[in-house]
Design a protein around this ligand. Structure first.
Ligand SMILES: [Zn+2]
Length: 416
């Protein structure tokens, strides 16, 4: 483990964390006096799909958190994609400032070595807050922190090429560490198994042609396996490595939406051999996510803050933005899957993210209108829960209006 730490410690803003490594919190050792915060991030969560399911009463856990908290849209970046937006969420700075401008930066897959602004987990760690992170996009190679980190989207490994998503299993990771501390790898292999770190790569056009139903079903089976593994991982981490701050991210929703969004024949790119096969594939992702949320909610007591966020939504293609490269994936995730929905529209307000918050002193059943919340506001708001002032480089603000008591400090957690 010591060698692993030495290898990882050349990150400029994390050196201060070293001191704290001496006090990595063991299983079940959360410090009672600090707020307990869980952030569930979902890639490309889309209200247009969730709302009809809520109306039909199908998403019980979503319905519960919405009723218990504050919810609404979240303003995202222009031409949003996961690595870029999650890094802006973590640093509360623009992609140009923080260095992660997309999947690929200067010809190379975005990585934590390119990060130029201090992320939330580093600031929390330096302030003695225990931190747990799993599957957050653009966190590879992992960084030393006061807790644990398991990387997410853009983890490099077997079959990975620059600019094209891949989905290595834990045992297939190459070019850096995917787990911090490294000693946790064996523990995860024993208790969770050899899990996929990111959702499955989308099939190529030639893999689909002439065998659409079989190829779609095969891919969806893989997606549900990935989700089952992620859910097992989250359950294990929340039960065996409780940390003050925990951030867990799911990424299959976005991937499914890109090519199996339930579009209509009038939409650009509609192909009945593909799009009439499994029209429920995308809504099914939210039904499955609702089950994962149910598991996470078992760890949310009345003193826990739960934030559910998505980096952006996803919408069917628009010909005026696509030009002649209509529905051929020149953008989003690379590859050559025939995509029919995307998120990297120039006007990010066309594909807003989602913000939901519940917890002590957070208002109940309040819908935030318009773009009250932006991706830059998440980090300052979470820092504020721990009484840590917003660093000057952060663009966002503390979302004081979501709390019952609008003060710079949220109410102290009540006795259990
Ligand atoms: Zn995407």
């Amino acid at each position: 483990m010591l060698m692993g730490i030495a290898m990882l410690c050349d990150k400029k803003f994390l050196i201060g964390v070293l001191v704290l490594l001496m006090v990595v919190i063991p299983a079940g050792g959360q410090t009672e006096s600090r707020p307990h915060v869980i952030v569930v991030g979902v890639n490309g969560m889309e209200w247009d799909i969730i709302r009809p399911l809520l109306l039909k009463g199908e998403l019980h856990n979503f319905a519960e958190v919405i009723q218990r908290g504050v919810y609404g849209k979240m303003r995202t970046l222009s031409a949003p994609n996961c690595p870029k937006v999650y890094t802006s969420i973590a640093t509360s700075t623009s992609p140009e400032e923080n260095g992660i401008t997309g999947f690929v930066v200067a010809g190379k897959t975005a990585s934590t070595d390119m990060l130029k602004r201090e992320p939330l987990w580093s600031i929390l760690s330096k302030n003695g807050v225990t931190v747990g992170m799993a599957n957050v996009p653009a966190t590879f190679p992992v960084m030393p922190l006061n807790g644990y980190m398991i990387s997410g989207m853009l983890t490099r490994g077997k079959g990975c090429e620059d600019g094209i998503l891949c989905s290595p299993k834990l045992s297939e990771v190459k070019g850096g560490e995917a787990v911090y501390p490294p000693s946790m790898v064996a523990e995860l292999e024993m208790n969770v198994g050899d899990f996929w770190i990111d959702c499955s790569r989308m099939p190529a056009a030639e893999e689909l042609r002439g065998k659409e139903p079989e190829a779609i079903d095969h891919w969806l089976q893989q997606v549900s396996q990935v989700r089952a593994q992620q859910a097992k991982l989250f359950d294990y981490l929340l039960s065996h490595h409780r940390t003050d701050f925990t951030m867990l991210v799911q990424s299959c929703e976005d991937r499914v939406g890109h090519w199996l969004y339930p579009i209509q024949p009038y939409n650009a790119g509609y192909d009945p051999t593909l799009h009439s096969v499994r029209v429920d594939a995308f809504p099914d992702q939210y039904r499955a996510l609702d089950q994962v949320l149910g598991k996470v909610l078992q760890y949310v007591d009345r003193n826990t803050y739960l934030f559910i966020i998505s980096d952006h939504g996803i919408k069917p293609l628009r010909e005026f933005e696509e030009g002649r490269r209509l529905y051929h994936s020149a953008h989003d995730h690379g590859g050559n899957t025939p995509i029919i929905a995307k998120h990297d529209f120039e006007d990010g307000d066309d594909v807003p993210g989602i913000f939901i918050a519940i917890g002590p002193n957070i208002k109940r059943d309040v819908r935030l209108m318009g773009f009250t919340v932006s991706v830059f506001d998440i980090a300052p708001t979470i820092l504020n829960l721990y009484g840590i002032p917003k660093p000057t480089q952060m663009k966002g603000r503390v979302l004081s209006e979501i709390f019952e008591t609008p003060s710079s400090q949220p109410a102290k957690p009540s006795a259990r």
